[in-house]
Design a protein. Structure first.
Ligand code: SF4
Length: 329
């Protein structure tokens, strides 16, 4: 297990991060002014409905998509100013685990070749043989039996394929990993195995994660802090326990009330249905983006965008109903 890193500079920070896409009807605001910070060796869960921009946020941070505006600070340095060569070096530090690793790997490569690929591209070892040897060790590390070394991805089930994705992400010894819905496509029993594996690896290697999911029960299990996104913006961000015990934004409250409850004594619990039309993310009008679906919306909500405010220690909310100190970028 790694020693705790108490560096006051967060490993990763974004300031006013934007990613817009040009579409026939105008500009789609997929990520719109997101501020976040993740301390070393911690996990930030990012939750929200499909299409809220959470995957785009992860990819923009990694520069798999070029940002429209804002900053991404890695250990205090804005990597959006890095040229190609600097970014190539930075790729070793920042990796991604995809929901479906099958979509990101060459199906004609064997398991050991897939895991060794980045090490060969980045010339981590003098010979390919050494990269394959390290790939075999990584198979042990992620619990993938060596007998699968020469198998092809289509011969393996989803859980084992995800272990390949994890081993490949670890192959360059990164500090930061974006886990983009890594368990959403897996059976529940396999989900737990992969989540536990990710947490063990974090302990062992001192990694920092951004864990993207639409499933709040999964994110609670793994996250230190949670950021709730709605239509490209952060609406609430706080500690994981705090979010479940004291949610403040109406959207967060509705999401939490919709978590399925296995306890039959809780069958009567109130579920807050979110009604109303979703605001279009294309050229969105001013005002709160949740206003068309919020039962508390007033005239001000349709006119003025609520700023993200700190309402308690590291508890941030963007809602006119909640009073706090606005966070300035
Ligand atoms: Fe609802 Fe207004 Fe708060 Fe938006 S700002 S969440 S519309 S009360």
């Amino acid at each position: 297990m790694q020693a705790v890193n108490n560096n006051p500079v967060p490993l990763l920070e974004t300031r006013g991060l934007q990613k817009y896409f040009k579409v026939p009807k105008g500009m789609l605001h997929a990520v719109d002014g997101v501020n976040l910070s993740i301390p070393h060796q911690r996990t930030l869960g990012v939750v929200g409905e499909s299409g809220c921009g959470k995957s785009t946020l992860g990819r923009t941070i990694l520069r798999l998509l070029e940002a429209t505006g804002g900053e991404v600070l890695f250990e205090g340095e804005n990597i959006l100013t890095y040229d190609k060569k600097q970014m190539h070096r930075m790729r070793r530090e920042m990796q991604i685990i995809f929901q479906d690793p099958y979509s990101s790997i060459n199906p004609r490569m064997s398991v050991v070749e897939i895991i060794a690929e980045y090490m060969i591209v980045h010339k981590i070892y003098p010979t390919q043989q050494q990269a394959f040897q390290r790939a075999a060790e990584l198979m042990d590390f992620v619990g993938l039996a060596r007998r699968y070394a020469n198998a092809y991805p289509h011969e393996l089930d989803g859980g084992r394929r995800q272990r390949i994705g994890i081993a490949r992400a670890l192959s360059l010894n990164p500090k930061f990993i974006v886990c983009d819905e890594p368990v959403s496509a897996l059976d529940v029993s396999i989900q737990a195995q992969i989540l536990n594996l990710l947490m063990d690896i974090q302990d062992e290697m001192g990694l920092t994660y951004m864990f993207i999911t639409h499933d709040l029960s999964v994110v609670k299990h793994i996250s230190d802090e949670i950021l709730v996104m709605y239509l490209g913006q952060c609406v609430e961000h706080c500690g994981s326990d705090e979010l479940f015990e004291n949610p403040l934004h109406p959207y967060t409250k509705a999401l939490l009330s919709a978590i399925p409850e296995p306890d039959i004594t809780m069958r009567g619990k109130e579920i807050r249905a979110i009604r109303g039309e979703v605001t279009s993310p294309i050229n969105p009008p001013p005002g709160c983006r949740f206003a068309s679906r919020c039962e508390h919306a007033c005239e001000r909500c349709h006119r003025e965008t609520p700023p993200l405010c700190e309402v308690g220690p590291r508890h941030f909310v963007a809602c006119h109903l909640v009073k706090g100190e606005p966070v300035h970028v």
